[in-house]
Structure formats: C-alpha cells, structure tokens
Write a protein that binds this ligand. Structure first.
Ligand code: ADP
Ligand code: MG
Length: 718
C-alpha cells in the first residue's frame, strides 16, 4: 500500500468522527497503536494527571516549583548558544513581573509565536532563581481563547498523537457511550469508604474526563476521589469474577487421583533423608498430598524463603505421584539449577526407583542428540518416573506416558504460556485428564497481590527455616573499601570456606564504567595468589558468566560445589537456587544496580549450612556522588531485615505491582486503575461479591468481565 503524505505535526481536533473509508492520519494510526479503537477503549483511557488552566497565576505570589499559567507580552526573543543552543524569550507578565522562557528544542513556529510585542499565554513549571522566574519548555497556548472552567486532563499518549486530538476523540466517545451498570445495586450499596456508591459508572467516567470547576482537586489528583474509587472497584470486581470462574472451570476438570501407599515411596524417602522435616515442611507436604488425592487438578503455589527447603517438598510430592504409578516433571529456569535438582533427586530417589525398574530422566536444550533421544523414549514409555529439566521439558517432542504432576521451580521466572504448556501434557495414557500443578517460589507474594494476581491459586507457605541456621550478617560498604573486603576473603578461604562474588555485567561497559566479572576475577586471582586453603592447597578462583558455553558453566559450577574453587566470581547466573553449604561469604558488587528480591535471593546462597555467614553489599555512587532514592531504600531494606515477606512487601512498595510481577509472569492483565495499597478494602469487597454475582446475576457478571477484561481472559486461566 502506498504511504500517504505526512500529516501535519499538530493536526487540529477533527470535527466529526472519521468515516470508515477516510484515510488514516498519523494521529489515527497513533490511536490504533494505543489500542484506542472503539468508544469503550477511549472512555477507559483515563488522564494521567490534570492541569489547572482555569486562572492566571500572579507571579508576585508564586512559589518555586508551582505549576503556573502566565499571560503577558514578549519583550525579547533570541537564540543563544551558551553551553547549549537554546531559544530564550523574556515575557513581561500582566502583573509586571518578568518571566524567562527557555526552549532547547524549538521550531520556526516558536519564534513566530514569540515575536517581540506578541501577546502570549504559557503554562509550565516555575523555577525561581537569582535571575528571576523562568520556565523550561512551557506549553504555548492560544492567548485569546476563553480560559477553561474546569481542570484540563492530560492523557498518556504517544508520538504523533497531540493531547488536543486525543481529548477531542475521548469527548466524542463519551458523548456516544451508553453503558448500563453491570454492578448490582446490592453490591454497590456495600462499597466501602467514600461515596463511590452514589455514582453510576458513566458519571464517574465523565467526571474523570471532564472535571467540573468545583471538584475536590487533591482527591482527583491523588486518585482517592469517589469517581476513581468507583473505577477501581469495577476493575477489581472484574478480576475476582474472572478468577472465580477460572476456579469453577478447574473444579470441572479431572486429574488423576494420586495416593501413595503407607509404606510407599514417600515414606521410604523420608526414612533415608539425612534430616528430619521441619514442622512447616510437614504441614506443606500434607497440604499437597491432600490435593493430589483429589480428582481435580491441584493448582498450588509453594512459597518459602530462600533456604527454607522447598526441594525436598518437591521430591516428596514427586514420590507420591510415582508411587501412585504416574510420572512427574520438574522444570527449573536455568540449566545450572535444573542440574542441581537433578543431582539431588537422583541421589535421593534413584536408589528407591532402581528396584522398580524406573529412573530419573534429564532434559535440556543443550544435551547431545543421542542422549536426548534415549531420554525421550524413556519418558514416552513411562520408564522415566521423574523428568527434570529446563524449558526443554515442555517442548512438543516431549510426550509423556502418563504425567500426573508437574512442578515448576522459581515459577516467577516462567511465563504463563509455559505453565499452560505443562498442563496440556498429561499424555496418551491419561485421556481427558490434566496433571496436578505445583509452583514454587522464593519471592513471597504479599497478601493483597496474592488475592488479586493469584486469586485462582492455593498458597502454602514454608515459614520456618531448617534448624541450626545462623542468620546472615549483612554489611553495606562503599566500593572504596574493596581492599578490606578482599582481606576478609583471604581469611575465609584460608579457613577452607568458600566465597561468592557477584558482578552485574559480563564485560566492561565503557558507558557505565562497571567493573566486569572478568576484571574482578583477575583482581581476586592476583590478590589470593599463594594463599593456601585448610588442606594446604593453593586456592583457585573460578569465573562463571552467561556467555560461557554450557559445558564450561557446568564444569565451573561443579568444581565450586566440590570445593575445588574457593571463590566463584559470577554474573547473576547463580541467582536462583544453587546450594553450596560450605559457602559463607557473598559479596555483591554494584549492589545498587540490583533489585531488592534479587539481592535477597543472592544473600540466600550463603548461610545454607550451620556455619556463620555474611553478605557484603558493595555500592558505588553515581557521578553526582549519590545513590538514587530507590537504591538507598533497597540497600537499607537489606540491612534491616532478613524476612523474605518483609522484603517482598518493601519491594512491592518501591516498585509497584506492575514491575514486581510483570504482566508476563502473573498471567494477569495488570490493574490499570486499582492500587493494591490504596484500594485494599475494595479487594475484600470484590472478593465477597464475585461469587454472589455469578449465582444471582450471571448475565451481569458475564457482561462485567467482558467489559473490563475482554480479550485478556485467556490469561486468567493460566
Ligand atoms: P530452597 O527453598 O531455597 O529451594 P533448598 O531446598 O535448596 O532451599 O534447601 C536448602 C538447604 O537446606 C539444602 O541443603 C537442603 O538439603 C537443606 N534442608 C532442607 N530441609 C531441611 C531440614 N528439614 N533440615 C535440615 N536441612 C534441610
Ligand atoms: Mg530452590
């Protein structure tokens, strides 16, 4: 299709709706890109914030940082090339005070509108300095138009879509919109807090798009206004309705009943374990066993802090499935982690499986073809009782004979599609059945988030660490004290202990001036040259990073696990799950660049045995000599608490739920209007009314879900 001539950069708001055959302008294409293709989508495209253009600000009473509307006459306008090329205009405001306007990008139109003697109206943030008031990149408004009577909404937009165009399109959509209420009045009557119940949805939307002059401005900006709360309530209700429905659908699905004999594999496995289960582990194992014994698919999330002992719980669950004559699959996000699991599970289970003529299989993308073929065959014929691996486990060529249980470790590393794929793999021998699903995570999910994002999942928590662990001491040090840290490493390795050193990037990046893993490796190797370990052997420093070929990665990891390497310098590939109890010191370089949960996971790599352990967080302030506020908060949280739940709560507060989970991994369209902290009372309300609605007003429930979630519904079933 031939491209149309470029549209003017600032198209005027169109007079009417474009006809179906009208050529798409740049702005229309931008609307499409944002998904604003029909009236409902436009009506639900809500302002980011509001601007007050209702009155002119007297500069005499203004304060630094105020958002201000100023009218006046241009005294001068010129292009300066001080430091940066800029257009500078001086305006004499109507109250006699002068205001300097600065533009670092500007066009001929700017100079036309700012001609000396011209009357101007500008809007922007005031900066007060020794040279008087100024504004950088103010918006130029038509000087003679009547001032609006209400606040002006500012919408999220994209290149080629001017606010005025978007605003006009939304106004037209609102005028046409005729939505009936889908929330039953009984539920509305019980809406907690505020007066949200007195509003129809349509009234709420109108207010948010066109705030009347007398609106409570703060409430509107802070989103605590009843109109915002009404939207949040609707959205949360839609989510709870969809989850309730997903739960019902799952209850209608069938799964194999998995029950172990009293003296079966689980009992025999427990008998050979080198430790007794903690109370929390026993409780969680019982939860899982009860689920597996039901004819409906389990859908359970096992959350437990790093080191809380989730692997053995997984092994016992697998043992139940195997004892009942079914297969079990365990999927881990990285090859190293999968291999660790494989090693442990082989050690625990293989002696018990061998007499039964069954085995543990191993699948990754990197294994040799012949080995892979043999594994696939063992899986298809059912001889492989347990299959451990990476994403390779869910590939199409993998056909199980009868898969009864799928376990996903570090589930937050996987996407929804991958979880769905596992559930579709019950196998030829299990027509019409779905395997049970156990997800494991070391990133605990705060309650409000669990209720919204994981409403369809049952949650078990390991809230007790195995006995004899001494808490890891966390120290925060500026990178300038590196030498001191290296001294400490010498002392540790001389006692036969092992050390992790984690770097954020693989190679020296000039731009960021990161000390790369390779450089650090060389530095540590030099510093530890000639040091002998407890057995009198010279200590070795290993290097592990993402670019290393898989076989090398494995070899390095294995050498560290066997204690042949005293120090392991690594990029974050060791982030999840590795288990080397002899490691007692974790150093994280550029700790300020890591996320809070990531840091907590890394710290969890040490303190896994009964030896005292420490975590040193090295930080390097930016060029201005300071850490960002968020970085400071993360590091402070690490020093202040070891509790994974508290860490998760703070992480959520720092990052917000969108980033915390990521739409991909929660399997949920992120909440657009509701805020889990601000609207926690509404979550409870929605949870209470969703089942009622499906029973008493199913058509409304259906319409409500469709309106708010529409096409995203499939994701909720994951
Ligand atoms: P995570 O929950 O982080 O996956 P792991 O399953 O790797 O934790 O367990 C951490 C360490 O604790 C392992 O070395 C494991 O063998 C050990 N462990 C697990 N349960 C117990 C227990 N009940 N008593 C003592 N040690 C345990
Ligand atoms: Mg683990």
């Amino acid at each position: 299709m031939p491209r149309r001539a470029a549209a003017p950069t600032e198209p005027a708001p169109p007079a009417g709706a474009p006809g179906p055959r009208a050529p798409a302008s740049a702005a229309q294409r931008a609307l499409q890109r944002l998904g604003l293709t029909d009236d409902s989508a436009l009506a639900l495209h809500l302002p980011l914030r509001y601007e007050d253009l209702t009155r002119v600000t007297p500069l005499g009473q203004a304060r630094d940082g105020d958002e201000a509307l100023v009218e006046g006459v241009v005294l001068s306008c010129e292009v300066l090339t001080r430091l940066r090329r800029q257009l500078v205009a001086v305006v004499q405001a109507d109250d006699g005070v002068r205001l300097t306007l600065r533009f670092f990008t500007f066009y001929p139109t700017h100079r036309q509108r700012l001609a000396v003697g011209a009357r101007v109206r500008v809007h922007g943030e005031l900066r007060g300095g020794w040279a008087g008031w100024s504004m950088v990149h103010p918006r130029l408004l038509a000087p003679d138009a009547a001032l609006p009577t209400g606040l002006t909404p500012v919408y999220p937009t994209t290149a080629g879509l001017p606010q005025a165009y978007l605003r006009a399109a939304i106004q037209r959509a609102l005028a046409r919109l005729a939505w009936d209420e889908t929330v039953p009045s009984a539920a509305l009557a019980e809406l907690p807090g505020g007066h949200a119940r007195a509003w129809t949805l349509q009234q709420a939307l109108r207010l948010l798009h066109q705030p009347p002059p007398d609106v409570e401005r703060d409430a509107l900006q802070q989103r605590t206004h009843p109109a915002w709360r009404r939207l949040a309530a609707e959205e949360l209700l839609a989510q709870q309705l969809a989850q309730w429905q997903a739960r019902q659908q799952r209850a209608a699905q069938r799964a194999p009943v998995l029950r172990a004999a009293p003296d079966g594999l689980p009992a025999r496995l427990q008998a050979v374990l080198p430790f007794a289960l903690t109370g929390a582990q026993r409780r969680v194992v019982a939860d899982i066993a009860a689920d597996l014994a039901r004819a409906h698919p389990m859908h359970r999330l096992l959350q437990g802090d790093v080191g809380s002992g989730k692997t053995v719980v997984a092994a016992l669950a697998a043992a139940v499935a195997i004892d009942a004559g079914w297969q079990c699959a365990l999927m881990a996000p990285t090859e190293i982690l999968a291999e660790q699991h494989f090693g442990k599970l082989v050690q625990w289970l293989e002696p018990l499986l061998q007499p039964l003529g069954r085995s543990v299989a191993w699948l990754t993308g990197a294994q040799p073809r012949a080995q892979r073929q043999a594994m696939l065959q063992a899986i298809a014929q059912g001889q492989a009782a347990l299959v451990v691996g990476t994403h390779a486990v869910i590939q199409q060529q993998v056909v199980f004979q009868r898969l009864g249980l799928a376990i996903v470790d570090e589930q937050h590393r996987f996407g929804v599609e991958q979880r769905l794929a596992l559930r579709g793999k019950a196998g030829a021998d299990a027509p019409g059945l779905e395997p049970h699903l156990l997800m494991m995570s070391a990133t605990p999910i705060p309650r409000t988030l669990a209720m919204t994002a994981f409403g369809d999942v049952d949650v078990s928590t390991l809230d007790e660490l195995p006995p004899g662990r001494t808490p890891v001491v966390t120290k925060l040090l500026a990178d300038t004290r590196r030498a001191q840290v290296i001294e400490r490493i010498r002392a540790q390795v001389a006692q036969g202990r092992q050390v992790y050193w984690v770097c954020p990037l693989v190679e020296e990046s000039e731009a960021l001036d990161l000390r790369a893993a390779t450089a650090t490796h060389a530095e540590l190797a030099a510093a530890l040259h000639g040091v002998l370990d407890a057995h009198g052997r010279p200590v070795q420093v290993g290097l592990l990073h993402a670019r290393l070929p898989t076989a090398d990665k494995k070899a390095v990891m294995a050498a560290f696990a066997r204690g042949e390497l005293a120090v392991l310098v690594a990029t974050t590939v060791i982030e999840v799950g590795v288990d080397v109890p002899n490691a007692t010191l974790m150093v994280v370089e550029h700790a300020e660049r890591f996320g809070l949960s990531q840091l907590h996971q890394l710290r969890g790599r040490v303190g896994r045995g009964s030896l005292a352990a420490a975590c040193v967080l090295l930080y390097s302030p930016g060029q201005d000599g300071r850490l960002s506020a968020a970085a400071r908060e993360r590091l402070r949280a690490m020093v202040e608490t070891h509790d994974g739940f508290e860490i998760a709560r703070r992480d959520l507060a720092i990052r917000g739920p969108g980033e915390f989970l990521g739409a991909r991994q929660s399997g949920l369209p992120m909440l657009r209007f509701a805020d889990l902290q601000r609207d926690a009372d509404l979550i409870e309300w929605a949870q209470r009314w969703a089942p009622w609605m499906w029973t008493h007003a199913p058509q409304q429930a259906q319409a409500h879900v469709q309106r708010w979630l529409g096409a995203k519904l499939d994701y909720l079933k994951a």
